[in-house]
Design a protein around this ligand. Structure first.
Ligand SMILES: NC(=O)c1ccc[n+]([C@@H]2O[C@H](COP(=O)([O-])OP(=O)(O)OC[C@H]3O[C@@H](n4cnc5c(N)ncnc54)[C@H](OP(=O)(O)O)[C@@H]3O)[C@@H](O)[C@H]2O)c1
Length: 292
């Protein structure tokens, strides 16, 4: 079974290579195959004739997408479309990774306390919750999903969130900041589910032998705020640092972020394929077992 990987040097791409060794991998990244370039995609896929394509390539810099709009859409929408068209011609399955940011904003209240209390009352969003992205990254990823569905009959779309693994991510940012600060301010009114690439690749591994095509939420279990996530990282690393909870308004960024984007892996549960661990168990695995 030949498996073609795009974005192989990214966080997810690296984990795919670790866990899917037996899948006869052909690994590419931006420098070898630009998924936004249809001719390149067509040529290499016709040469390699894979049975499965796993698209780990994406424009993931959420704030930069706001000013680099055309490039964001080229990579996040046309890229998966190009792959889906050729996969369909070859009869190959396509695994495409999407995001919690395809969903919109949910109003949680005006004060930090209200937002924290209301977030705990909400139920995580199932796959059929209406999409209404509020930033360019989310909009470009949503169009990517729609185009994959339009052109492929054998697709698995996995929506993940707050991803960390081998690469640039929130965990590493916090640990780097802790080297030169004794106090860190972290947003406490945005809620999601931190997800370890190891858990996401296991979900991909569980789905690809099946014919259960469709769209899946794919995040670790449980929810937290970025503030709670940061506190847990420092606790597990035994770092003594003051973490100050702040609001979204106090941490202004170019791209708006949804306040609540916690996902329910409902479709995976229906198939008895939900192998995701609780986010703090997965984080402990990453910090204690992987980073030491
Ligand atoms: N990171 C998160 O928190 C998060 C959250 C939700 C969903 N996701 C989704 O999860 C997937 C994997 O994310 P990740 O964290 O592994 O991303 P990542 O570490 O940023 O890796 C993305 C990879 O794609 C490559 N790439 C960029 N443009 C490309 C192009 N035109 N053609 C081929 N490759 C290209 C990048 O290369 P360069 O580095 O050279 O640009 C990089 O190696 C993405 O679909 C992302 O949207 C991520």
């Amino acid at each position: 079974m030949k498996t073609f990987i795009t974005g192989g040097k990214g966080q997810l791409g690296k984990e795919v290579q670790k866990q899917l060794e037996e899948y006869n991998l052909f690994v590419t990244d931006y420098d070898t195959v630009d998924i936004a370039n249809f001719k390149q995609v067509e040529k290499v896929l016709y040469e390699e004739k894979p049975d499965i394509v796993i698209n780990c390539g994406a424009y993931t810099a959420v704030d930069k997408c706001e000013e680099d709009i055309e490039q964001a859409y080229k990579i996040n929408a046309l890229g998966p479309r190009n792959l889906a068209i050729i996969c369909e011609e070859l009869g190959a399955k396509i695994v495409h990774i999407s995001t919690d940011y395809v969903f919109g904003d949910i109003f949680l209240g005006n004060t930090l306390q209200e937002r924290i209390e209301n977030a705990k009352l909400l139920l995580p969003l199932k796959e059929d919750y209406p999409c209404q992205p509020i930033n360019i990254y989310g909009k470009s990823k949503l169009l990517g999903e729609q185009l994959v569905r339009q052109f492929s009959s054998k697709y698995f779309i996995l929506r993940t969130a707050w991803l960390y693994g081998d690469g640039n991510n929130f965990v590493n940012t916090m640990l780097n900041l802790a080297k030169s600060n004794d106090t860190i301010k972290v947003v406490a009114d945005q809620f999601g589910s931190p997800t370890y690439t190891k858990d996401l690749v296991l979900a991909i591994k569980n789905l690809i032998p099946t014919k259960f095509y469709g769209t899946y939420n794919a995040t670790c279990e449980g929810i937290c705020s970025w503030y709670e996530f940061a506190c847990k990282i420092f606790e597990l690393e035994n770092i003594d640092i003051k973490v100050v909870p702040i609001t979204t308004e106090e941490f202004s960024r170019p791209a708006r972020r949804p306040q609540y984007s916690c996902l329910d892996n409902f479709m995976l549960k229906l198939h008895n394929l939900n192998s995701f661990r609780h986010w703090d168990v997965a984080l402990k695995d990453y910090i204690i077992d992987e980073r030491i």
